[in-house]
Design a binder for this molecule. Structure first.
Ligand code: ADP
Ligand code: MG
Length: 553
């Protein structure tokens, strides 16, 4: 195909007026023969980044894609736009395959989509050596890494391409890669010289909020009561919890439906339909819900339990506010959830996988415990930088209250030291609070000088303090070794009383929306009732706080 410049191609072939951020830079980079690594969310427009250069460079652009259905969609769209594209995979008959190969050798193709196991055969690579190749594009490149969520062994062989075809640019593209996965992909594909482009993960209309999980159902009710008109999704980790929460919501007069993989297909379809048609206001679901949900006016996503990693959290919260209007992402963050997820992960039998998943869980906890702009933490995880704090997350809108934690920190650190830096958070907290469990007695830890010195605080409060000490670098958690807590060198001046420390108080309350509910129906009055509930809860906490001399948060 004859083409003048990339912008002309964008307009005349694809019918779009302007490039999206980075598309033009990436296209120019490839046309110039350079390698690229592109991290862009789903729907961001990754395909054009290699399709346009393939049209502009002499020879055929080879696109590696893991799914035959994806290949077919792409090829069909390209053909509609008049681009000479074809697929070569195991789904096609022998005759069709021969035709594709004939067109390949005749130099008739601009783009050829190939499954990795087809591409990396000696016979096929030999063919490619005989013809000009415009570029290699490796789509869904996270499949090459065990750190990604969809590792495919047949992707590993692609690492040879860079060496086998010097002078042919390689571009790897993915929507999901944290910093680790990213460097792993670059390593495995031999893309040391690739220019890295990270773009477009921010969803500015979503407000991220994290509250400490105390009475989760009441917290959820308060949140829903504040938004009586809005539709949204509540994610919970287990089917049992999904059923339970959905049932209790219905009892409270809220149109809620449960969705999880244990339901019959028909039932799942009905829930999905009802949600899309606005017949059901709230879907309480496991992670099974969402694939292919394209409802533009999802106003909120609540995480009733802690997601397993930031990728899932990002994907799930990303279902809110597709219409660009303000939307909310609320995470109920409970200390117990960390332990549950951790033990689930640790019960896995692939040590490498366990290590990776623990690392990811830890990053998720880090996000939940961020002390400054939530969006900065979230985007930072994907390697994207914000120019300034977002002004639209709980931490920006309502910076955390802090308290002088010097004494508490010393107690916690010396307790870690006294138990020999050989125990995890749960045990350290038990010792601090003077818990009478059997294990403590067997170990003789009830005779330690730090036994019971923290009885004035709840386990949750200690959990929050210790996790903040980890994030601030006073403690480290040995993930490869039962998450044992150890002191870092930074802990010494604190222990010796040379410095003081301020930490954030945990958050419990769900902030109400600013706007007045328009209609004061059943749900609005329920919201009022729930405000009463909240007042009662707060009063109770305050009483407990007075009794236990804990600061009331
Ligand atoms: P990804 O692979 O990143 O998920 P796609 O390449 O499939 O995204 O593109 C998503 C959608 O955005 C497609 O419908 C595509 O045609 C459209 N698109 C891509 N680039 C542009 C652009 N510059 N202007 C308008 N629409 C675009
Ligand atoms: Mg794509």
């Amino acid at each position: 195909m004859i083409a003048n410049n990339p912008l002309d191609t964008l307009r005349t072939v694809f019918g779009y007026r302007t490039f999206r951020p980075f598309q033009e830079e990436i296209v120019t980079r490839l046309i110039g023969g350079g390698d690229a690594f592109v991290l862009m969310p789903t729907g961001g427009g990754k395909s054009l980044c290699y399709q346009i250069p393939a049209i502009h460079r002499p020879g055929v652009g080879i696109v590696v894609s893991p799914l035959i259905s994806l290949m077919k969609d792409q090829v069909d769209t390209l053909r509609e736009n008049g681009v000479a594209a074809a697929a070569y995979n195991s789904a096609m008959g022998e005759r069709e395959a021969r035709q594709v190969l004939a067109r390949l050798h005749a130099g008739e193709l601009d783009l050829l989509y190939v499954a990795p196991e087809r591409l990396m055969t000696d016979a096929f690579l030999e063919r490619l050596r005989e013809i000009p190749v415009a570029l290699f594009a490796i789509d869904e490149a996270h499949c090459v890494s065990q750190w990604g969520h969809d590792f495919r062994p047949e992707y590993v062989g692609l690492g040879r391409l860079r060496g086998l075809f010097p002078g042919v640019p390689v571009i790897a593209l993915t929507a999901t890669a944290d910093v680790q996965t990213r460097s792993d992909i670059i390593d495995r594909l031999g893309l040391r010289d690739a220019q890295v482009y990270v773009t477009g993960f921010d969803r500015p209309n979503i407000r991220y909020t994290v509250v400490d999980k105390q009475k989760p159902f009441h917290q959820l009710l308060a949140f829903l009561g504040n938004r009586p008109q809005d539709a949204g999704i509540v994610y919970a980790l287990s089917r049992k919890r999904v059923e339970e929460v959905a049932g209790k919501l219905r009892d409270a007069g809220i149109e809620a439906a449960a969705y999880h993989a244990g339901l019959a297909d028909g039932e799942r379809g009905r829930v999905q339909e009802a949600f899309l048609r606005d017949d059901v206001r709230v879907v309480v679901a496991t992670v099974a819900f969402g694939m292919g949900i394209d409802k533009p006016n999802v106003r909120f996503v609540v995480h009733y339990d802690l997601p397993k990693n930031i990728e899932s959290y990002y994907q799930e919260t990303g279902r809110a506010g597709r219409d660009g209007l303000p939307a909310e992402a609320l995470l109920l963050f409970g200390y117990g959830d960390i332990a549950v997820s951790r033990s689930l992960i640790e019960s896995g039998n692939n040590p490498e996988q366990v290590r990776i998943e623990l690392h990811k869980l830890n990053a998720m906890v880090g996000f939940a415990e961020a002390g400054t702009c939530r969006r900065e933490a979230l985007l930072g995880y994907f390697g994207e930088r914000l120019a300034e704090p977002c002004g639209n997350c709980d931490l920006c809108l309502d910076p955390p209250e802090s308290f002088d934690a010097t004494e508490d920190a010393r107690k916690a650190l010396s307790c870690v030291y006294r138990v020999g830096q050989r125990f995890g958070m749960g045990h350290v907290i038990d010792v601090l609070r003077g818990s009478k469990n059997e294990r403590i007695q067997q170990l003789g830890h009830d005779r330690l000088s730090t036994y019971g010195i923290g009885a004035d605080r709840s386990a949750e409060a200690w959990g929050s303090i210790i996790r903040q000490l980890i994030h601030r670098g006073y403690l480290e958690q040995d993930l490869a070794n039962y998450s044992v807590l150890k002191l870092t060198p930074a802990a010494r001046p604190l222990l010796r009383g040379e410095v003081s420390l301020t930490l954030a108080k945990p958050r419990v309350k769900v902030a109400p929306v600013k706007k007045e509910p328009k209609r004061k129906g059943v749900v609005a009055s329920l919201a009022e009732r729930d405000e009463d509930l909240f007042q009662a809860l707060r009063a109770l906490r305050k009483r407990l706080a007075d009794e236990q001399q804990v600061p009331p948060y």
